[in-house]
Design a protein around this ligand. Structure first.
Ligand SMILES: C[S@@+](CC[C@H](N)C(=O)[O-])C[C@H]1O[C@@H](n2cnc3c(N)ncnc32)[C@H](O)[C@@H]1O
Length: 328
């Protein structure tokens, strides 16, 4: 008789999946939080926002659980140690272009984009593994932008530069913005193909995104001059949501290119404009109408930030580089 060997029973031990630690992110010039929300949705752990303007701070506080620090980011000596405390793997930020009268102490030769230079100095001092900077598209023509790029290169970052139109990134709005994305030690344009490939074939219309939620097919937006139309249809992408919006002026007599007669249109409320910036309905906006228009118009659309964040997350995962922030 053949001897039977008895195999020991294999009990399947269930291994708990190890949850990767989320990468820590701080958001500079965070406004009411468009970029913070987009990067959260892309899988980053936003640890803090930094901002100077009270009305935006108050809205940000009402919507996020992490701290928002009131800080003048042009005061580098004070700001850098406070930001470094959070040991960010990623710094994101949309420094504004602003007039000399409002931007504090600064080098006049750098013009309106001086806060972007401060942003590049903060990133270069802290050297997180990754950063993302958002700005208006024509910053690329400024003297300051050359300095910004020079600072990032000197700090050791490989850079991807792209002007993205939000309408191709899940936002029902034509809004072209410059993104500079950096990764320490990476090749230049490390994220370019990924960003280009993910773009939608068609721009997104308001109706694609919101359906009939607005309850109107036409809306009015004050044109920059009266040779342009003021009445728009929801079956096209919205024009760029600006930081100011005014009621229909009594002098508006209609325009040959209007999508419908004026009486069929109405202005959008700040909350409706926040939808076009892809803030969710649950996002709490409180404050004066003018302040809300400003912070909503200034925001990076949530879905545009998520689009860039997801591409960066893909890069981090595929290069297995997401362990911790840079060795200093
Ligand atoms: C373009 S908005 C940023 C919007 C934000 N990224 C978002 O997605 O909602 C720029 C912000 O920078 C703030 N800001 C301007 N000067 C500043 C300064 N010196 N220090 C800190 N924040 C400043 C403004 O109040 C404004 O909210």
């Amino acid at each position: 008789m053949k001897k039977q060997t008895i195999e020991p029973k294999r009990t399947a031990t269930k291994r708990k999946p190890v949850k990767a630690k989320k990468l820590a992110c701080v958001d500079l010039f965070c406004g009411c939080g468009g970029m913070s929300l987009g990067f959260t949705k892309a899988g980053f752990a936003v640890k803090a926002g930094f901002e100077l303007w009270e009305p935006a701070i108050s809205v940000y506080k009402a919507n996020f659980n992490h701290p928002i620090i009131k800080q003048d980011l042009s005061d580098l000596d004070e700001a850098i140690p406070k930001i470094a405390e959070y040991k960010p793997d990623l710094i994101v930020g949309g420094p504004p272009c602003q007039d000399f009268s409002t931007a504090g102490h600064q080098d006049e030769s750098l013009g309106r984009a001086v806060l972007s230079v401060y942003y590049s100095q903060i990133v270069s001092a802290i050297r997180p593994k990754y950063f993302v900077m958002e700005n208006v598209a024509n910053i690329q023509n400024s003297k300051a932008f050359k300095k910004v790029i020079g600072n990032f290169k000197a700090a050791g970052y490989g850079l991807t530069l792209r002007i993205l139109d939000a309408a191709y990134c899940g936002v029902p709005q034509t809004r072209k913005r410059m993104f500079v994305i950096g990764a320490l030690g990476a090749k230049d344009d490390f994220l370019g193909t990924r960003l280009d490939k993910g773009l939608a074939k068609q721009p997104m219309t308001i109706h694609d995104y919101l359906g009939d939620k607005l309850g109107t097919e036409y809306y009015f937006r004050v044109p920059t001059n009266y040779t342009r139309r003021g009445v728009f249809s929801i079956y096209e992408p919205s024009m760029t949501i600006r930081a100011v919006d005014r009621p229909i002026p009594s002098g508006y007599k209609g325009n040959a290119n209007d999508s419908a007669p004026l009486h069929m249109a109405r202005c959008l409320t700040p909350k409706e404009r926040s939808y076009i910036q892809t803030f969710p309905e649950s996002f709490k906006f409180d404050g004066s109408k003018t302040h809300l228009q400003t912070m909503i118009g200034n925001a990076v659309p949530v879905n545009l930030a998520r689009y860039v964040g997801k591409a960066l997350m893909w890069y981090i995962k595929t290069t297995q580089a997401g362990d911790s922030h840079a060795r200093r």
